[in-house]
Design a binder for this molecule. Structure first.
Ligand code: TYC
Length: 116
């Protein structure tokens, strides 16, 4: 058990869960850590049809046609763009789904993960 810095009893609301124990106090905190988030990126290339990229963004990333077109055009012009931000397992699954679909249809589309 870790010794608290605050060994003097206090009546503030924040310290209500402290339990005195032989002159020391402990403080319990809920153990809720936010998960790390990961960006899924798609890269531009000269060969993948624009329609295929839009189809991927709608089907795998649940974008509307308008959102998907905007993202695709941004990637086409700037070289790279974000499809979405997810926890690791979801991001990894989406990358695999994109790469599988691109491979199946023989497009060179590339997709990666990056820590957000
Ligand atoms: N540059 C491609 C073309 O002109 C379109 C494209 C957009 C490809 C986005 C990949 O991630 C991409 N057909």
């Amino acid at each position: 058990m870790r010794k608290s810095k605050h060994s003097v009893a206090s009546s503030s609301d924040e310290d209500k869960d402290q339990v005195p124990e032989q002159g020391t106090t402990t403080k319990s905190r809920p153990k809720t850590k936010k998960p790390s988030m990961f960006r899924v990126l798609i890269l531009n290339d000269d060969y993948t049809p624009m329609e295929f990229v839009v189809f991927i963004l709608m089907g795998i990333f649940s974008k509307t046609q308008e959102e998907a077109t905007k993202i695709m055009l941004n990637v086409h012009q700037n070289g790279m763009g974000t499809c979405g931000v997810y926890t690791y397992e979801i991001a990894e699954t989406k990358v695999a789904q994109v790469m599988d679909a691109a491979k199946r249809d023989q497009h060179p589309l590339q997709c990666r993960l990056e820590k957000a």
